[in-house]
Write a protein that binds this ligand. Structure first.
Ligand SMILES: NC(=O)c1ccc[n+]([C@@H]2O[C@H](COP(=O)([O-])OP(=O)(O)OC[C@H]3O[C@@H](n4cnc5c(N)ncnc54)[C@H](O)[C@@H]3O)[C@@H](O)[C@H]2O)c1
Length: 352
């Protein structure tokens, strides 16, 4: 028997979900709701349409309510679906505050419904490439994990520019980038430092830099800006750097490419060796002598977003665990709170 999904919110992500689920074995989209009737015009054949999400939630043909409405609407919709006894898959950010998430979790527990969050970017190939090198230990002791994402012209859209709808880049991509970092790097975070700015957009953030100092010695750095201007190839895509004492890794691009770089000899004290650069002679910087850096291509992960639903289906059938635990999304929201606090106060915040 297929698992029957009802999707609430038929915008960008609702359409993506409809397309993906319609093409997968073991699931069916039985109903779609959107408060804007125009968004229902292209709903696929045989799928019920509702302009009132409560009707979808009550529909006995719906087992899993997939919430893909504006961020601000998640809280009420999750509570209502839980009270109706429906299992829930909610888009990120699951909630606008820890209090909202606590309410949701309590209601889901009370009504014994399953509840997880669409953090499908755990299957992004760039991230998985980085994670697999990180997990392998081949870079030695790791000190730096940097991730960046840049957009141009202050480019943001629709309700994402309104605070009242849960807009802003921290709630949009920030939540993915933090989730990836926390899922990969285990151990406590000692301090959180952040700088959040509204560079082009008046109401919401369009730039942030976050520094997560982990107890294990790693500094996790997350930077996103939608106002950058550059003509560098692949600049407006993802960038990763991982630095350890036995090697470095860089991975760039949505269709990623990356290299592991190692040295044939560690130059701990080069004494009188000077390298001439355009900036004058240097001992510590400038290009390395030939043959000192050796590289190998990073094996690019073949993961895809469908893998998220493969896990969901297996977990729903009791054959696996849901990949995304609510406790993990709770910690992501806790980090986001610390990020706001640090940025407002201009100093690092103690964390765990
Ligand atoms: N996981 C991802 O990669 C990813 C990517 C994009 C968006 N999202 C998330 O998906 C959600 C939707 O974002 P989007 O970019 O698709 O927005 P969107 O504006 O394109 O679509 C949202 C739709 O929800 C409808 N809607 C709003 N409130 C509603 C309500 N109470 N009941 C029913 N319908 C309602 C709107 O009319 C609109 O059609 C957000 O939570 C967003 O953060 C996730």
């Amino acid at each position: 028997m297929a698992i029957n999904f009802g999707i609430i919110g038929h915008g960008f992500m609702g359409h993506t979900h409809e397309r993906m689920l319609t093409g997968m074995e073991g699931v069916r989209v039985t109903a779609i709701a959107d408060i804007d009737p125009a968004q229902l015009e292209d709903v696929g054949e045989g799928i019920k349409r509702y302009t009132d999400p409560s009707r979808l939630i009550k529909d006995t043909d719906v087992q899993v309510v997939l919430i893909a409405a504006n961020n601000k609407a998640h809280h009420e919709l999750v509570l209502e679906a839980a009270r109706a006894g429906k299992d829930i898959l909610c888009e990120k950010p699951v909630a606008m505050s820890l209090k909202e998430l606590d309410d949701m979790e309590r209601e889901c527990r009370t009504h014994s419904v399953r509840f997880t969050v669409h953090h499908q970017r755990r299957f992004d190939p760039d991230f998985r490439t980085v994670k697999s090198v990180y997990d392998s230990g081949t870079l030695g002791d790791i000190y730096t994990v940097k991730t960046g994402l840049y957009g141009f012209n202050g480019n943001m859209h629709d309700w994402h520019v309104f605070k009242s709808e849960g807009g802003g880049m921290l709630y949009d991509w920030g939540v993915h980038l933090i989730d990836q970092m926390l899922w990969m790097i285990s151990g406590k975070i000692k301090t959180v430092y952040a700088d959040i700015r509204n560079v082009i957009n008046k109401e919401v953030d369009d730039y942030f830099k976050i520094l997560l100092r982990f107890e294990n010695g790693i500094m996790g750095e997350i930077e996103l800006g939608t106002y950058y201007l550059s003509d560098k190839d692949k600049w407006f895509e993802r960038h990763w750097f991982v630095g350890g004492n036995k090697g470095s890794l860089y991975v760039d691009g949505f269709k990623p490419e990356g290299k592991i770089c190692r040295t044939t000899r560690l130059l701990t004290n080069v004494g009188t060796v000077h390298t001439m650069t355009a900036a004058g002679p240097t001992r510590s910087f400038g290009p390395p002598p030939p043959g000192v850096i050796v590289t190998e291509d990073a094996a690019i992960a073949a993961t895809k977003h469908e893998d998220y639903f493969t896990n969901f289906i297996e977990a729903y059938r009791g054959r696996e665990k849901f990949l995304v635990k609510i406790a993990e999304t709770h910690r992501v929201l806790q980090v986001m709170d610390a990020v706001w606090e640090s940025s407002a106060g201009g100093k690092a915040v103690s964390f765990e």
